[in-house]
Design a protein around this ligand. Structure first.
Ligand SMILES: *[C@@H]1O[C@H](CO)[C@@H](O)[C@H](O)[C@H]1NC(C)=O
Ligand SMILES: *[C@@H]1O[C@H](CO)[C@@H](O)[C@H](O)[C@H]1NC(C)=O
Ligand SMILES: *[C@@H]1O[C@H](CO)[C@@H](O)[C@H](O)[C@H]1NC(C)=O
Ligand SMILES: *[C@@H]1O[C@H](CO)[C@@H](O)[C@H](O)[C@H]1NC(C)=O
Length: 395
């Protein structure tokens, strides 16, 4: 009894002392000696000034940022902000020849950069094949696969396997393929008739009339964000990926079904790359010259595949209007996320750099994964058959 009373006394004393200290700290924090409330004034402005000698993309983006900030914009003259008269949109889309003098080493840049720079401000292209009613019943999961006109076999393999639209595990899944144009300019054969047939038969092709090149994948991204808002705003979740990946649709649905509401709202999941920056080696596919971009890349999810919520899709769509096109599409999406104050979340089920060779022909290796890259159409069909076999027994 005595022991208990002592413990109680001790407990009460500790609480009182803590309360006293808390009150002391509280009283001191907001007031100076005269009892007046202190206002902390930052010693330096927390925005950055317009600094001219930056790389082209950074400089143009800085202007766009200022234009979108009424407090800062008031301090700049129209001439300061004229740099980007048409850097975000211009309709009709005409070639911007200004870049030939505005980009320091323009003449020595590889052709693809010149093409990119000339049309960097263009982001609306006519839609040629559309599926306006595909989301009449809003799907739980929209699968959007970046493809190219000539990849008929890849699309068919996906339709016959992980991209089979319909009802899976009680959830509706809708699949669309995102295409640009295979232009004669790039010496592509004219396959438009076969594509038209395919579209009529499967009704899952979305095509826009722009040149389907690596650097134009960002155009595809922006047009797709727009498309979601007009044609499929009710989709709960969206997966966007390449046509050379295997996706375990069952695992995605399991993951999504288990999410809490607040978690689902800000969802953006993939194979996250952090602390990356531009490659400066001209021979690398991802080379970006210093005259175009300086600084690090924000965290981003590798373009092989990632998924996000319909809410995030809507926010990405609206913020994308304030982010200049960047030649690498997954980095671009990372830039948009950063502007939204969001970051992509890493999931270990994404294997954009494949799994160890010794596991590749083991059906169970795919059972718990979400995405594996790269896989051929035949491999995709094979793995899907494994996963759906009644004999599959993975413990
Ligand atoms: C705008 O300019 C005035 C005068 O030069 C300066 O005092 C003020 O800090 C500037 N404001 C911003 C937001 O840069
Ligand atoms: C689908 O829904 C039905 C009825 O609500 C339920 O009985 C069944 O277990 C569900 N199946 C799956 C795979 O969730
Ligand atoms: C695509 O490119 C081809 C060849 O350059 C051209 O004839 C065609 O009009 C373009 N548009 C579509 C939708 O095929
Ligand atoms: C992107 O597409 C437009 C429209 O077809 C084209 O003019 C431009 O050259 C393309 N850009 C690149 C980098 O291929």
């Amino acid at each position: 009894m005595a022991m208990q009373r002592m413990r109680l006394k001790l407990g009460v004393t500790v609480v009182m002392v803590n309360l006293f200290i808390f009150i002391l700290i509280f009283r001191h924090s907001g007031q100076d000696k005269n009892g007046h409330h202190k206002v902390r004034i930052p010693s330096a402005p927390f925005w950055s000034k317009l600094t001219p000698p930056l790389a082209y993309w950074n400089r143009q983006q800085q202007v766009v940022d200022i234009q979108n900030n009424p407090v800062l914009a008031a301090n700049y003259s129209a001439t300061d902000l004229r740099l980007t008269e048409d850097s975000l949109t211009s309709d009709p889309c005409t070639q911007n020849m200004g870049v030939t003098t505005q980009v320091k080493d323009y003449n020595s840049l590889p052709e693809r950069f010149k093409d990119f720079l000339h049309f960097m401000h263009c982001r609306s292209y006519p839609i040629v094949l559309d599926q306006p009613d595909i989301c009449e019943e809003p799907p739980f999961l929209l699968l959007a696969i970046k493809s190219q006109v000539s990849h008929f076999d890849r699309r068919q393999a996906i339709r016959q396997s992980w991209g089979r639209a319909g009802v899976i595990g009680n959830q509706t899944v809708v699949t669309v393929f995102l295409l640009g144009n295979a232009t004669a300019w790039d010496h592509h054969p004219d396959l438009s008739f076969s594509l038209r047939d395919e579209s009529l038969r499967h009704q899952d092709i979305i095509q826009w009339d722009f040149r389907d090149s690596f650097f134009n994948l960002t155009v595809k991204e922006v047009l797709f964000l727009e498309w979601i808002q007009t044609r499929c705003p009710g989709a709960r979740f969206i997966f966007k990926g390449d046509d050379d990946v295997f996706v375990n649709t069952y695992r995605i649905l399991d993951f999504l079904k288990g999410l809490t509401e607040p978690k689902a709202r800000d969802l953006f999941v993939g194979d996250v790359i952090t602390e990356a920056g531009p490659h400066r080696d001209k021979k690398v596919k991802y080379f970006i010259p210093e005259s175009l971009y300086t600084g690090k890349y924000p965290p981003y999810a590798g373009g092989g595949g990632y998924f996000y919520s319909g809410e995030v899709a809507a926010r990405l769509h609206s913020v994308s209007r304030r982010v200049l096109l960047f030649p690498i599409d997954d980095v671009y999406t990372g830039m948009c996320l950063k502007k939204l104050g969001l970051g992509p979340e890493r999931h270990k089920g994404f294997r954009t750099f494949d799994i160890e060779a010794k596991y590749r022909s083991n059906p169970c290796a795919y059972n718990s994964l979400i995405l594996v890259h790269p896989r051929t159409p035949q491999q995709i069909i094979q793995i899907w058959a494994w996963l759906n076999s009644p004999d599959l027994n993975c413990q």
